[in-house]
Design a protein around this ligand. Structure first.
Ligand code: ASP
Length: 448
């Protein structure tokens, strides 16, 4: 029994949806599909989710929402091409208008609007599959039992949901269509997962119904050892473990959401990366243990931009509670940190920079640290990237760090900070963002 999740590129227009229908028709093991909102049809296009966010932004800014509402015509052209009953479309515009007129809380409104991209798509795809004679049923996240925390844009599943989700197995239809990206809080609010969160819904459903395989359809057949936008024809990864994938996904391997791995990892449900445009290709498999190439030390490199560090120094710092105090300040400003490399008398805190957009919390945090901890100096760096070298095989081999640092040194890349966990399957280097691409190229040449 399979759960298949189709991403935005797989559902961006009518011809892509036809491909999805044919995948479902040809694979009787696919019992449940989870769908994203229509994505980009070409590089300059706008994703439906971004369009819905623009609708919200206009509303909050007091700008007329009519134009943004008309963008819903994306669904109109899809439904016309698929010859779906047009009355379905009337509801879509009305639902958006209702939300705009009745929801006062901005965070609640934003999540409600954002969720409709997936929801409308799921309804439309269900109608299309039925028109082809497939017994398909739309199941809302509410009906499926996806209960989540009331934390807008950052929903977390309430684990008790799995018992309800399991009941989906008993539905008599051939295939269930579930919109991805959101769940329902206990007060009935729609709450979305982080961006790209339809993968998370897919993983939750796969675990809930005890699927044998979770298939994640995008427009790529494989995960590559490095970003194909930086390296021509990078090494195709055939098999990768959850732990390796988690590290790579964390730092920018957008093909699979890092938060989606947890539910699958717990039940050891393998993930297949599949391409809607090339469904005959068996793509990368994400598994508990690797059988292919178990000894290659490094399986991939990723590098994510957009980090800020605060570094501080205090001579002979023996104060108990020093670190806790820094973390308390971050918590007070609702800032989450990613890494905290330290020396004897200094400590750095690395955070995602986007948390400081549209507010001056960074300045306030610095002020607060100066006031409460009186460091000798404090320094902020705002253009950092984090480079990850990942591979379970590194734990058994000597000299990997020296190969990495030699390759980076040859490119004149200064390593600002470094970190290696005790499991030794991932190393992190903080570098200046201008060194992102040269570093990946140098490492790829060294290891592949
Ligand atoms: N549509 C949502 C987004 O663009 C979720 C998803 O596609 O997974 O983030």
């Amino acid at each position: 029994m399979k759960v298949a999740k189709f991403g935005g590129s797989s559902l961006s227009n009518a011809s892509q949806i036809k491909k999805v229908a044919s995948i479902v028709q040809n694979d009787k093991d696919i019992k449940t599909i989870v769908v994203s909102a229509p994505g980009k049809r070409h590089d300059d296009d706008v994703k439906v989710t971004d369009m819905l966010i623009a609708l919200y932004t206009n509303k909050v800014a007091g700008i007329d929402t009519d134009d943004a509402l008309k963008e819903i015509k994306r669904y109109k052209s899809i439904s016309e091409e698929l010859s779906i009953d047009p009355s379905l479309l009337d509801d879509f515009e009305r639902i958006l208008s209702d939300y705009l007129n009745t929801i006062d809380d901005n965070a609640v409104l934003l999540d409600a609007l954002k969720s409709r991209g997936e929801d409308f798509n799921a309804r439309l795809i269900t109608a299309y599959l039925n028109s082809l004679g497939i017994r398909a049923k739309y199941v809302s996240p509410e009906e499926a039992g996806i209960k989540v925390t009331n934390t807008p844009a950052n929903a977390r599943l309430i684990p008790a949901s799995y018992d309800d989700i399991n009941k989906l197995k008993d539905y008599p239809e051939d295939v269930l269509i579930i919109p991805g990206f959101y769940g329902i809080a206990d007060n009935g609010n729609i709450v979305t997962f982080a961006r790209g969160g339809s993968d998370i819904t897919g993983a939750i459903i796969a675990r809930g119904i005890g699927a044998d395989i979770y298939e994640n359809y995008t427009d790529e057949s494989h995960i590559y050892a490095a970003h194909p936008g930086i390296i021509d024809n990078p090494y195709k990864i055939e098999e990768i473990t959850y732990r390796e994938m988690r590290e790579l996904a964390y730092a920018g391997f957008g093909i699979f959401h890092d938060e989606a791995l947890e539910p699958l990892y717990q039940e050891k449900i393998p993930v297949m990366i599949r391409n809607t445009n090339e469904p005959h290709i068996e793509g990368t498999k994400i598994v508990p243990e690797r059988t292919l190439d178990p000894d290659i030390p490094v399986i991939g490199f990723s590098c994510d931009e957009g980090f800020t560090s605060i570094s501080l120094h205090k001579y002979l710092n023996k104060e108990i509670g020093f670190t806790r105090c820094i973390l308390q300040i971050l918590e007070d400003y609702q800032i989450s940190y990613e890494h905290m490399p330290s020396g004897i008398d200094d400590i750095s805190i690395i955070m995602r920079s986007n948390q400081f957009e549209n507010n001056n919390s960074l300045d306030k945090i610095i002020e607060e640290i100066n006031l409460q901890l009186e460091p000798e100096w404090i320094e902020v760096e705002e253009d950092l990237s984090l480079l990850f070298i990942v591979g379970l095989g590194m734990a058994r081999q000597i000299g990997i760090v020296s190969r990495v640092t030699a390759a980076l040194a040859a490119e004149k890349v200064n390593i600002r900070m470094m970190n290696q966990g005790s499991t030794e399957y991932s190393m992190m280097f903080a570098i200046k963002t201008e060194h992102h691409k040269p570093s990946i190229r140098a490492l790829f040449k060294e290891f592949f």
